[in-house]
Ligand binder design. Sequence first.
Ligand SMILES: CC(C)(COP(=O)(O)OP(=O)(O)OC[C@H]1O[C@@H](n2cnc3c(N)ncnc32)[C@H](O)[C@@H]1OP(=O)(O)O)[C@@H](O)C(=O)NCCC(=O)NCCS
Length: 192
Amino acid sequence: MYPATVTGDRLCLRELTSEDLPVLTRLYGDPRVTRYLRFDALDAEAAAAKYEERRRTAFDAPRTRFEMAVTTPDDPAMVGTLGMTLEPPHHLSGWLNELVLVPEVWSRGYGSEALRLMIGLGFERLGLHRIWGLRRHDHPVTHGTITEAGMSQEGRMRDWVRTGGRWHDVVTYSVLRHEWDARRPSVTSARR
Ligand SMILES: CC(C)(COP(=O)(O)OP(=O)(O)OC[C@H]1O[C@@H](n2cnc3c(N)ncnc32)[C@H](O)[C@@H]1OP(=O)(O)O)[C@@H](O)C(=O)NCCC(=O)NCCS
């Protein structure tokens, strides 16, 4: 599926373009933003390599990675990014990763909406059975962001991520297709 787009009330997801690279470089180079991610702050070269890899995998067939830009409906400029990887063996489980917004739009509930849009894409258009994600255990403010998107806390994985020269535990969350269907939030007017 390329290109994929998802339209919600306050946010949209679209494919990454080369115009997003300066925003990605700014985000991934900011230690305040990357503090709780899976990697330490990146220099411009490493950020560009990450962008190139994401663009490349968008054309895989079958496609198993959906690395999307988050925008507002009226402005194509990227305000964040979010990924979902379909996992083997069946590719019916999606792993949400690297939800990042530009600091100017933090604390507006955009994080939950972006997650809901990606979950809607996964269940309603890709036919997934299960979608899961995680946060660093020492980043508890995002518990509300994730549960507001309809996910339930599952458990804790020890020493799953290593950044800043240290190992960190992560807390995992998931939502199943039937749970999503029962709750079906109103912002998932997804279209291709
Ligand atoms: C995590 C994130 C996507 C949440 O989206 P959001 O729309 O801001 O979510 P919420 O409105 O629910 O607010 C989340 C809270 O966490 C805080 N927060 C998130 N990341 C933070 C960070 N790296 N450093 C300090 N505070 C952070 C926000 O400031 C906000 O605090 P508040 O409730 O006191 O205003 C966004 O804040 C962000 O991009 N953070 C940096 C990247 C990151 O940590 N991603 C991990 C996702 S698990």
